[in-house]
Design a protein around this ligand. Structure first.
Ligand SMILES: N[C@@H](CCC(=O)N[C@@H](CS)C(=O)NCC(=O)O)C(=O)O
Length: 230
């Protein structure tokens, strides 16, 4: 069976990495069972040589790091299973969605939930997370998140292109989900798992789309452990 290193919190069942969720959805899309190996930020020495971040997929002798590279690997290695991209053009467009999620969506979410993350973390990760993220932000986690109510408006506005697509399609991939959907849904699993702060409101088509995504693959996303369940 395939295995993947998956970021976990103090509760080993709390899995909250936006990148690992992209891979979880991609594997489910392909119908490939996976054993997820809970991993903490400070356990870099447990990862295969050369890997420093998760997800990392172990597929027999192959070690693949980086969620995009994993999706590409799965598509090439398992061509007879449902396609993640529906062809080369679809893969190129999904690449755009991946870059948009990484450079625009993810940083916007980060500034609204970053101070909520420590209460989910394993004790050994607390110092590492605070020191590394505060160095990146140039301020405390709490300062970074202080104006999140204002940031929320900007965040909802930046999802406008998704709303535009959803006017005519159920999924970013068209009439069925594709990896483009998994990228955005995976990214939104992160705040869902670690924070009570509401990012999407009922009535927003993006909220309805995310709800559909949570139900995919026997409710893989919906049944995932969240910090509010503890
Ligand atoms: N581009 C990578 C990013 C992976 C990534 O940043 N993973 C985070 C967890 S969400 C990580 O492992 N961080 C380790 C650290 O911050 O030390 C991907 O798409 O997989």
């Amino acid at each position: 069976m395939l295995q993947m290193y998956d970021l976990a919190g103090a509760d080993p069942q709390l899995r909250f990495s936006p990148y690992c969720w992209r891979t979880r959805f991609a594997l489910a899309h392909k119908g490939l069972p996976v054993e997820t190996l809970p991993w903490r930020f400070t356990e870099k020495s447990r990862l295969p040589p050369g890997q420093e971040k998760v997800p990392v997929l172990l597929d027999g002798p192959r070690v693949v790091g980086d969620s995009w590279a994993i999706a590409d690997h799965l598509e090439r290695t398992y061509p007879d299973r449902p396609s993640l991209f529906a062809g080369e053009g679809g893969q190129a467009l999904a690449r755009f969605v991946n870059a948009w999620a990484d450079t625009i969506v993810l940083p916007a979410i980060f500034r609204m939930i970053v101070a909520d993350i420590p209460r989910c973390l394993a004790p050994q990760d607390l110092d590492y997370f605070r020191v590394s993220r505060e160095a990146r932000l140039g301020m405390t986690l709490e300062q970074a998140q202080a104006d999140r109510a204002q940031r929320l408006e900007v965040f909802r506005a930046l999802l406008a292109p998704v709303r535009r697509v959803l006017e005519t399609h159920d999924w970013l991939g068209g009439d069925r989900p594709s990896y483009a959907d998994h990228i955005l849904a995976g990214t939104l699993m992160w705040p869902r798992c670690v924070s009570d702060f509401t990012l999407l409101v009922a009535g927003d088509p993006v909220s309805a789309w995310f709800s559909r995504a949570l139900d995919l693959y026997d409710g893989l996303g919906r049944s995932a452990r969240t910090s509010s369940m503890e």
